[in-house]
Design a binder for this molecule. Structure first.
Ligand SMILES: [Zn+2]
Ligand SMILES: [Zn+2]
Length: 381
């Protein structure tokens, strides 16, 4: 299955069109509509919309029974204003495709063009355009959606473009690939007072002052040893911006990070216990809320071996990669299928992901598509 020069020219234009119209997690309505418009021209057997919110899937079925192989891209951009002179820079104020998800969508677009010409011999391919990856909600929402049940894959694959690695070079790793992380919002409630009589109120300040270094001190371990633990304080508020009021409440936000889901459960328990003890010691009420929860992302050995084989068969450069501290919600698909993802280099000196001048290198569309198509051919003929 090969892509023509005119396919690649069309896909580059489409990638740039998507780049100019970023939408943030959970709000990808125009992007999803644009994906559906594109997919309709490739004549899949089924298009499913509204998956886990705005998600879209296209199904290309073979004639004989066989496994379901899913490839995943993400629909969402970021609330980051793009700094760029590119002719196709973001047209939406304060929002940008600064993680390269526009390029991941174009890569799956390439697969749709290829399967339009030739269906897999057996089984079926599902191309999933998932919403809300950046806040960790999307994959879980897709999996919880009854419309996804009939599409449940046997194998799932994804790639992420990665600056710092040579352009077009792949990194693949067995086992843990990305960390689990959870945003813990701790709310402490006391009692306001006149600033002249703070002793008549209950301020959250002393508790927060002890918790900030206590959370920092939880940091330990390394990724390579599989025991990395981080509790990073990202935001703190105390009372109101006023001089006349002694504060009566406050919040401390902590991002918890571990290599595995089990370690995350233990770290959550520990962080909550520390906050409860600090609250009790100072006579405060305490409540907890979690946001941006990502499960660990772990590559199945069999699925990772398929990626390696496909890259080798395409005679593309690759090496054994390292795990990343950052989180990736693709790992959730590992709960229902043999799943693996790999990283595709965007260039050693390319701006980092989430930088305001990030732009997905168009050359990766073809490379990513060739690897995915080879995997599909190996599994489905
Ligand atoms: Zn991102
Ligand atoms: Zn991303």
């Amino acid at each position: 299955m090969t892509l023509t020069a005119s396919d690649l020219a069309d896909l580059t234009l489409w990638r740039r069109h998507l780049h100019a119209m970023p939408e943030v997690s959970g709000e990808e309505h125009e992007t999803a509509a644009e994906v559906v418009r594109f997919l309709e021209t490739t004549e899949p057997d089924v298009i499913v919309t509204g998956l886990g919110g705005t998600g879209v899937a296209a199904v290309f079925s073979g004639h004989a029974p066989g496994p379901t192989v899913m490839f995943r891209a993400e629909l969402d951009g970021l609330p980051i204003a793009e700094i760029s002179d590119l002719p196709y820079r973001s047209q939406i104020a304060g929002k940008g495709h600064m993680c390269g998800h526009d390029g991941h969508m174009a890569t799956l677009g390439a697969l749709a063009l290829a399967f339009r010409r030739r269906r897999p011999a057996r089984g079926r391919v599902v191309l999933l355009f998932q919403p809300a990856e950046e806040n960790g909600a999307g994959a879980a929402a897709v999996l919880a959606d009854a419309k996804f049940k009939p599409l449940t894959p046997d194998f799932s694959f994804a790639l992420h473009n990665m600056p710092g690695i040579a352009l077009g070079r792949s990194w693949i790793k067995d086992g843990p690939a990305n960390c689990a992380s959870s945003g813990l919002m701790i709310r402490l409630t006391g009692k306001t007072a006149h600033a002249s009589m703070p002793e008549t109120g209950i301020s959250p300040a002393p508790a927060i002052a002890t918790l900030i270094p206590a959370f920092a001190a939880l940091a330990k371990g390394t990724l390579d040893d599989g025991d990395l633990t981080l509790a990073t304080v990202t935001h703190v508020t105390i009372g109101e911006a006023a001089f006349g009021i002694a504060p009566g409440d406050g919040e401390i936000w902590v991002t918890l990070r571990t290599v595995s889901d089990d370690q995350m459960a233990a770290l959550k328990e520990k962080a909550e216990r520390m906050a409860r003890e600090a609250a009790e010691a100072h006579g405060l009420g305490v409540t907890f809320r979690y946001h941006d929860e990502f499960g660990h992302c772990r590559n199945d050995a069999e699925a990772a071996a398929m990626i390696r084989r496909a890259i080798a068969a395409e005679e593309l450069p690759f090496e054994d990669g390292k795990a990343f501290r950052a989180s990736e919600d693709f790992g959730r698909f590992g709960t229902v299928s043999k799943s693996a993802m790999f990283f595709l280099g965007s260039g050693e000196n390319h701006p980092a992901l989430h930088n305001p001048d990030y732009d997905f290198p168009d050359a990766l569309i073809e490379i990513g598509a060739r690897i995915f198509l080879r995997i599909a051919e190996d599994l489905l003929g």
